[in-house]
Design a protein around this ligand. Structure first.
Ligand code: ATP
Ligand code: MG
Length: 386
């Protein structure tokens, strides 16, 4: 998984003077499952279309195996695409849908033999777990089965790279989850490089070797799912990937950050003394303790049951935090919180600071109690870890 296959070098794209991709630098390794993740309109499909050869970048270069391919047309790139609307041929059965591309091939000027076509189609039916479905009419298949035919149709030509643009968008939640596992299995079984587009962060975390987080045509972060979740580079990434409380902090020294006037131990270092920072605290990294026992005291203002956990919104001096917990604390109760050093992640201030990470608008209940008074906790010590 280490050999570089595709590289976008300083790629920009503008439509009618409007920049939609701004100097993208990105490489894809052979056999990698890489996901472009970002909100609607951030440029994911545009990036995919540049890789597929359907669009030429306004500036910049694209390389395949080290060779510049800006001028190579789509059908000559070893790339296949599955679009969100994967339009199967409704007049053809499952077998013929998959065989379609093979029947057009003329290696050495000759058609593929029927035996060769049979064996390639059967191999693909096996890969997508649709053996026995070859004679079925595609219109009577379930959404997930149709999706698998579309995948088989794209894979049967043995592309080096498969581009998938929100391929599960049309499926319901349950089927989506099944197909996520299925796609991951197919990718691993075939060793084909997958470049996957989604705006669903859970999907990206579950499937990818590498995630590229994009916003407004700019790459915000590239990393493994664990990197992106645990070490987000800025408030946009922290907010977009999972749930995050993002509060203002001041670095007092290496390993000590001040939040709401209290000092917390953290694992981060390398910041200037007294540098203003953004502090990310994931909702699952906050422990609830009795009022007065914790580093900060807040008031529970809403509770939502999520199956295994409760999402509770807690007001700390006007800032609303999301905490995920198995302990039920009733609305209106005062609670203390504890945060271990590894539950705190420090980020440099940047253009996204202050835009994300407060849960004021998270629940309707907030509106009813939005005017509630905030009480300040005692200030006998400002060291939360003493
Ligand atoms: N052919 C085009 N002409 C003009 N503008 C375009 C064209 N294609 C895309 N855009 C614009 O480029 C921006 C990025 O579009 P793109 O389709 O890449 O977004 P996306 O990340 O795939 O979003 P979504 O998640 O909604 O599919 C958008 O503002 C879009 O309106
Ligand atoms: Mg798109």
């Amino acid at each position: 998984m280490s050999k570089e296959l595709i590289r976008l070098s300083n790629c920009s794209m503008a439509f009618d003077g409007e920049v939609v991709l701004n100097n993208i630098n990105l490489y894809f390794n052979d056999k990698e499952f890489l996901t472009l993740l970002g909100p609607s309109g951030c440029g994911k499909t545009t990036t995919l279309r540049i890789i597929g050869g359907f669009l030429k970048p306004t500036s910049g270069d694209i390389f395949f195996d080290g060779v510049r391919i800006n001028d190579v047309p789509p059908h000559k790139r070893m790339v296949n695409t599955i679009f969100q609307k994967y339009a199967l041929f409704t007049h053809l059965n499952v077998f013929e849908n998959i065989a379609f591309g093979l029947r057009l091939q003329r290696p050495g000027g000759k058609k593929l033999s029927q035996a060769e076509i049979n064996s390639r189609v059967m191999e693909m039916l096996e890969v997508v777990s649709l053996k026995g479905f070859e004679k079925r009419d595609v219109t009577i298949l379930s959404g997930g089965q149709q999706q698998r035919v579309a995948i088989a149709r794209a894979l049967v030509n043995h592309p080096k790279v498969l581009l998938l643009d929100e391929p599960l968008g049309a499926l319901d939640m349950r089927l989506r989850k099944d197909m996520q596992n299925e796609l991951k299995r197919i990718q691993q079984a075939t060793g084909i490089t997958f470049i996957y587009v989604t705006h669903d962060q859970e999907e990206a975390l579950a499937m990818s070797d590498t995630i590229v987080v994009m916003e407004s045509g700019v790459i915000q972060q590239i990393g493994t799912p664990e990197d992106i979740y645990n070490e987000p580079k800025n408030a946009f990434v922290a907010d977009f990937i999972g749930e995050s409380n993002i509060v203002d902090g001041i670095m007092r020294s290496d390993g000590v950050v001040e939040i709401f006037g209290r000092k917390f131990k953290c694992l981060d270092s390398g910041f200037d003394p007294m540098e203003q920072v953004d502090v990310v605290i994931r909702p699952e990294d906050i422990d609830i303790v009795d009022e007065g026992q914790g580093a900060l005291t807040g008031t529970v203002i809403s509770i939502t049951f999520r199956g295994v956990l409760f999402d509770i919104i807690v007001d700390f001096r006007g800032f609303k935090w999301l905490i995920q917990t198995t302990d039920l604390s009733p609305v209106g109760s005062k609670i203390g919180i504890k945060i271990d050093p590894d539950g705190i992640h420090i980020m440099k201030k940047g253009p996204f600071s202050g835009l994300y990470g407060d849960y004021s608008s998270y629940s309707a209940e907030y509106d009813e109690i939005g005017d509630a008074k905030h009480e300040y906790e005692p200030t006998h010590s400002d060291d939360a870890f003493e």
